[in-house]
Design a protein. Structure first.
Length: 734
């Protein structure tokens, strides 16, 4: 089973994407389509005292202006608004629900017109007066003293405070990470098609069509068959499309109000009113024995959340997966501010928390006069310490070794400012990355037709990660067909069940659903083949039958084979259809993680402070890699984002007004082509017989984890300056 799996197979949807044949949520047409434009609040907290839409309504082509005072009914109870990935604690935001303002940029009206330009113009004529009743706050650092402890991520082990206080060598510091916003290329968009009978077809930009469908049904009190949600292509999401976003509620609301098809597309600026990676202050304390082994780890995260929901992710605790220490303590605190609720952004929790941990480890290595890799190897943990479990697989040692070799780490001069290239200081830094290897229930349907074609379908999204391709690869291999004979249908709520695509769980989960359905098809085919007159497969048990090269064959003896087409024709079957939910054996005997070692080279202009990341080597151990081409792209994308986290990205809020100042991609800096030089991705071979039958762990998030710290550590090595406030912009070096 490996004609395609494990190879650099090109994307099966690549042609559709580059030719424009692939359609995105905001591109679907409908008869008489109307366009909505959102009006957003310009204060962070208060009430709408007066909202006057009369002037907007006079504009030719404007049909309606929906507001909290003028709209179809919406569900009341919090429960109705809790989607599959909503925070457990709190009351989800409801657009146009009442007169209260919870964050700057909150939608307060939807202008609906015959065309988008008219709606946009009319939106400028909606006049709003506010009542600001209470003081607002948007500054995490100013609110730090008011932080509340929301959850104890892991049980403390030993007495970390005492061990830290008594440590021979100790490092303690705050690492401050700013708010960041997802900036996918595709804007948030929903096209709601009204069929005339009250049924809706919703094209939505989302990471989970069934999540959106259930959510809309509950918010609008509809039956499952009344709303169908599709999201065939997604132009990047990175976590921002995990929860249903407000534009899909507004587009649906308008379609129901006007009994017409409606599209709502947000502007780039309006997208900054949605979720974000929360700003955090990560306090890390490490205590070591003189010989350089850890004896205390303390990690306390203080993160932003909104006033209406407690959003918390696992920032701390990753040291339990990486470094042996007899004493540890972790805590997560939240500061409730007048901002929208944060949401998941690639490697939520780990990207921030491991950044701080890995910078702290570098500082400890300096204090101990140890090479940073040597320190990590001295502390290397073969077990998940918190649960005291072995790993299904953990080739992190090999990641350090392979990464160091490819990077040329052995020729590093450990003294800061000792390496130069002309007028630039050269810095080499490294860090560890870690993420979870999760798997979720996913069902897949395969329809095999007698002409040797198979259609594989599932409600899962492909958010650009390559799901279409890996599903096709696994189906082709398990059915013994060329990949051209496989068609894949995804992201339609009427297809077999799938959760949101996120958490790096979809590759392993969908691959195993395909495997299960293909095995059921093989069973049927084996039965058909055996029933044929003078069958060469007579007496061959189902377990010894394989599907290969379009035939049903005896394993290990391809001469004993019957073509799939012949067997189906003989059995008078035009099609075989099987649907299967994946199955993973319940097993709490092992910890499951992916790992990486990241090496970075920076060059810093000594006079100007300009930082360039000239080389990154990322050595990743993530079990079996289903597709080395799309997999490499995943890791490269994560590395690029890591460069952004280290040096560029920062949502700037003017705390006097509680308003984001750089809500656009001109002033919210992300890496551009000129910022990207050499990126070398190494997949370290990792055989894993424990995790699942294919040995697959998933790759979505691991690519970013560790990258910001490797760069920060390289900047220290180049300049001798330790910057603990991200992003590391040149002003901080001067
Ligand atoms: Mo990812 S943050 O789980 O889409």
């Amino acid at each position: 089973m490996n004609a395609y799996v494990g190879t650099p197979t090109s994307r099966v949807d690549g042609r559709a994407k580059v030719t424009g044949a692939a359609k995105y949520a905001g591109e679907f047409a409908a008869d008489g389509l109307l366009h909505g434009f959102v009006v957003v609040a310009t204060i962070p907290r208060g009430r709408i005292a007066r909202l006057d839409a009369s002037e907007a309504l006079k504009v030719k082509g404007v049909l309606d202006v929906l507001t909290h005072a003028h709209r179809p009914p919406l569900a009341d109870k919090d429960e109705a608004w809790k989607d599959e990935v909503a925070p457990e604690e709190g009351s989800p935001f409801r657009p146009l629900y009442d007169d209260s303002i919870k964050f700057n940029g909150q939608p307060i009206a939807l202008v609906v017109a015959e065309d988008w330009e008219t709606a946009k113009f009319a939106a400028t004529l909606v006049h709003v007066e506010y009542r600001e009743e209470q003081a607002f706050a948007t500054d995490l650092e100013a609110g730090r003293s008011k932080a509340i402890e929301v959850k104890q991520p892991l049980k403390p082990r030993g007495d970390a405070a005492k061990a830290l206080a008594g440590a021979a060598v100790r490092h303690e510091a705050d690492y401050v990470l700013p708010t960041e916003h997802h900036n996918p290329m595709e804007l948030y968009a929903s096209t709601v098609v009204w069929d005339g009978n009250g049924r809706l077809t919703v094209y939505d930009k989302t990471q989970g069509v069934q999540n959106v469908q259930k959510f809309l049904c509950s918010v609008f009190d509809k039956k499952v068959n009344d709303i169908r949600v599709l999201s065939p292509y997604v132009g990047g999401a990175f976590g921002s499309g995990l929860r249903p976003q407000y534009q899909v509620v507004l587009a649906t609301l308008a379609a129901l109000a006007l009994k017409r098809s409606v599209r709502v597309v947000l502007t780039r600026q309006q997208m900054y009113g949605l979720g974000h990676r929360p700003a955090t202050i990560e306090r890390v304390g490490l205590g070591a024995k003189p010989e350089g082994t850890l004896n205390a780890v303390v990690h306390e995260a203080t993160a932003v959340t909104s006033r209406y929901e407690d959003f918390a992710r696992n920032d701390t605790g990753w040291a339990e997966q990486l470094y042996k220490s007899a004493n540890s303590r972790y805590s997560h605190k939240l500061v409730r501010l007048d901002v929208s609720t944060p949401c998941d952004m690639r490697a939520p929790g780990a990207a921030s928390g491991v950044c701080a941990l890995e910078c702290a480890m570098d500082e400890l290595a300096v204090a101990l006069k140890l090479d940073p890799i040597e320190l990590r190897l001295k502390c290397y943990s073969d077990r998940d310490q918190s649960e005291d479990l072995p790993y299904t697989s953990k080739q992190l040692r090999e990641c350090y070794a392979r990464g160091a070799e490819a990077f040329g780490w052995s020729s590093r001069n450990p003294t800061p400012r000792a390496m130069r290239d002309g007028k630039e200081l050269v810095g080499w830094g490294m860090a560890t990355g870690v993420w979870e290897a999760l798997q979720m229930p996913v069902a897949v349907r395969i329809v095999l037709t007698a002409n040797g074609h198979a259609e594989v379908s599932c409600a899962a999204s492909d958010i650009g990660t390559g799901t279409y391709t890996i599903v096709a690869q696994v189906a082709a291999d398990t059915l013994g067909l060329p990949i051209e004979n496989i068609s894949v249908k995804l992201a339609d709520s009427t297809l077999p069940q799938a959760p949101v695509e996120g958490g790096s769980w979809m590759a392993a989960s969908s691959a195993h659903a395909v495997l299960g359905a293909a095995e059921d098809i093989r069973q049927d085919l084996a039965r058909l083949a055996r029933a044929m007159p003078s069958s060469p497969l007579a007496g061959v048990g189902a377990a010894d039958v394989i599907l290969v090269d379009g035939t049903i064959a005896k394993n290990g003896d391809k001469t004993r084979a019957i073509s799939i087409a012949d067997a189906m024709r003989h059995g008078k079957l035009e099609r075989i259809e099987k649907q299967k939910l994946n199955h993973f054996a319940e097993d709490k005997s092992h910890a499951r993680n992916t790992h990486s070692a990241v090496f970075a080279e920076v060059k810093v202009d000594e006079q100007l402070g300009v930082i360039r990341v000239t080389r990154i080597v990322s050595a990743v151990a993530a079990g079996r890699i289903l597709n080395t081409k799309t997999g490499r792209s995943q890791i490269m994308g994560g590395v690029v984002w890591g460069i952004g986290m280290a040096l560029h990205e920062e949502t700037m809020i003017d705390h006097r007004f509680g308003r984001i100042m750089n809500a656009n991609i001109a002033e919210y800096h992300i890496p551009v082509n000129a910022d990207i030089r050499d990126i070398d991705v190494i997949f370290v071979e990792e055989r894993d017989d424990h995790i699942n039958r294919l040995g697959v762990k998933g790759l979505g998030e691991i690519g970013i984890v560790g990258v910001p710290a490797a760069i920060a550590n390289a900047v220290y090595h180049a300049t001798g300056k330790r910057i603990r406030r991200f992003p590391i912009t040149l002003d901080k070096l001067l």
